[in-house]
Design a protein around this ligand. Sequence first.
Ligand code: PEP
Ligand code: MN
Length: 267
Amino acid sequence: MFKLAERITRENLIKNGEFLVIGGPCAVETEEQVRKVASALYDLGIKVMRGQLWKPRSSPDSFQGVGLTGLPWLQRIKEDFGMIIATEIVDKDQIEPTMEVVDVPWVGSRNMQNFELLKALRGNGTDQRPVILKRGASCTIDEWLQSADYIGRDRVILCERGIRSATDSTRYTLDLNGALVVKHDKRMPVIGDPSHPAGRADLVPALSRSIVAAGLDGLVIEVHPDPANALSDAKQQITPATFREVLGQIKAVYRAMDLSINRADLS
Ligand code: PEP
Ligand code: MN
């Protein structure tokens, strides 16, 4: 079991010269599924697991997530593996129950401008847990930063997850330019999501390498034990075996950049 810092803050997740890797399924589906992923991540030394309890879907007929039913499953993963849990919060009423278990809440692209949710996440300022803010697919850098201001810029980790562009050959376009502008000009931590812009698993390794090579602070990647039968984003999720390969590539690129991948303060 990982031994982690008592309180997870942005500073002990994101550090200069270290690269944060978050892995896990698109959605929490069953306890068996999330435990399989957690165990695979644990074996690879990955300390932060993602997984959505609520799924904002384009179609009401698509899987909407297991909701709070999955929270005890995540709690047991924390207890058994010492994993840091990241999940999306889609409504302000979910903040209180979810934050009982979840260490790193995130705001998804569709909610980047849900200002009531952003205000509620700011809370009373005493909770300093980091919040990942994914970029809206059609939002500008300025809009992204203004949304970060609602939560409090010092707690936010920005996540570039692909924007809509003239490209229709992939799901979205990973805007590394934009991510770099924010990182360099605003000194904000920025991680990348290779899974959603790709929309297909075979492009995920190369996009992951490009996120590392660009010098972003980390990445969040979708890993599922059986992607073909995933209840959401089936085409883009990678297996733990592929994730192991991708991780090897990430480390190689990172080493080539003369940086270290281990997060000493989390263990
Ligand atoms: C996700 O992370 O699974 C997700 C739905 O992401 P986004 O909000 O970027 O579309
Ligand atoms: Mn997804």
